[in-house]
Each structure stands twice: as C-alpha cells, then as structure tokens.
Design a protein around this ligand. Structure first.
Ligand code: FMN
Length: 213
C-alpha cells in the first residue's frame, strides 16, 4: 500500500499562466475559471474547502458550496454550526477550489461578513422544499442519538408545512460572504514547475506576483 502511494503521480500539462494574460480583477478571473470548470462538466465545480480557525487558533476545514458571487463569495449554512461559531469569533477564512481535472487550484482568503437577512431569505426561498425543511430539521454540528431523530423531525415538518404552504427561513440559517484580500491561481505544469499567480490587495489596488511552485 505504502509503495502504491509513493508511485502515484501525474504530469500536469493542460495549461499555463502569465501575469499579462490574467484579468486585472481577481474576482473576474475567478468567475472565468469557474465558468470554464462548469463547461468542462466538473461535478459540483462550485464546491470548495472552507477553512476557519477558532479564536485560539485551532484550524478546521470542510466542504461547502459557493452560491453567489457579488462583491465577494457567498455560501450558506447554519449560524449555530461549528464553522459559524469559528467565523463569528474570528471572521477570517480561506476558500480552496480544486478543479483537478483541469489541473487548477484557486486559493482565496480574506475577511468574512454576514450576508443581509434579505439576501439570505431570497436564496432560501429558491431552494427545493426538502432542502428548506432539512435546514429546519438539522441542528447542524450538534450530537444526535440516532438518524431517527432527524427522520422524525422531518416527518413532523412535512405535516406542519404541507405542499403549497410557504416555509419561512430559519433564523439560525443564512449566508456568509468572503471579502477577499488575497487570491492565488495555480496551474499545474510539467516537472512540478507549476505556475502560481498571486493577487494581493494593497490599499485599493490588486498587485500581481508570480510565486515559485
Ligand atoms: C459537496 C459538499 C457540499 C456541502 N455543502 C455545504 C453547504 O453549502 N453548507 C453547509 O453548511 N454544509 C455543506 N456541506 C457539509 C459540510 O461539509 C459540513 O459537514 C457541515 O457544514 C458541518 O460543518 P461544521 O460542523 O464544521 O460547521 C457540504 C458537504 C459536501 C461534501
């Protein structure tokens, strides 16, 4: 097994990056790559790894889905979850998108803010009914005795909110926005000499640099 892992390697040859050909606005560049990932039929191209840190510096990561791009990058979750507790105490985060099939990675970090109630409600209302009820049923990140707890909860909700009735947005559910100050676009290259272009926000300008792989 150990040998098999040691033998696992790919040569990356699908693209290249130069500072001159990158969009001067990183959010535009990111949107372009996301669109390319979608057109390459990458499954859940909007999935990313969200890393947070507790107030005492303990990191944790999990996958979430990017749902909106406005002045930042927005995802939705339960405001009582472990990730939300981290973000409320320490509003900094790192997002990592890996589009392996395209030999691309994007790393984004910055400050987190809560999305307005109106924006969260607008998104909640376009979710499928069962996902809406799921948000009510799950006390995300808390310990439960069995799966039955969830199923009973869902059953009760289906009775309380029959088809055709509006499901309100749970007060403990909503969005967070990452307002980025750093982006790094990574494109795999041959012989591990990958291309890395970093954007850093310095005052009102984005400054691009090439990083050694
Ligand atoms: C592909 C995928 C997409 C997910 N999308 C979300 C999401 O958008 N929001 C969310 O709260 N959790 C999402 N999850 C579940 C999280 O990874 C995580 O289990 C959950 O949010 C609890 O995390 P926490 O205890 O660190 O708060 C997703 C998981 C996967 C694998």
């Amino acid at each position: 097994m150990a040998n098999e892992l040691k033998d696992m390697r790919e040569s990356y040859e699908k693209g290249s990056l130069t500072k001159d050909t990158m969009h001067p606005q990183p959010l535009e560049q990111f949107t372009q790559w996301l669109e390319e990932a979608k057109s390459n039929n990458i499954l859940e191209a909007n999935a990313f790894i969200l890393s947070t840190a507790s107030i005492d510096g303990v990191p944790s990561s999990r996958t979430v889905l990017l749902k909106e791009i406005d002045e930042g990058l927005v995802f939705y979750t339960n405001y009582k979850s472990d990730k939300a507790k981290n973000l409320m105490a320490n509003p900094k985060a790192s997002f990592l998108f890996l589009w392996k099939e395209m030999e691309r990675q994007v790393r984004i970090s910055g400050r987190i803010e809560m999305v307005s109630r109106e924006q969260s409600e607008a998104y909640f209302q376009v979710r499928p009914r069962k996902s809406q009820l799921g948000a009510w049923a799950s006390n995300q990140s808390s310990v439960i005795n069995s799966r039955k707890v969830l199923e009973d909860q869902m059953e009760a909700l289906l009775t309380n909110y029959p088809e055709g009735t509006a499901i309100p947005t749970p007060p403990h559910w909503g969005g967070f926005r990452l307002v980025a100050d750093t982006f790094e676009f990574w494109q795999g290259r041959k012989s591990r000499l990958h291309d890395r272009i970093k954007y850093q926000k310095i005052e009102d300008d984005w400054v691009l640099s090439r990083l050694s792989p």
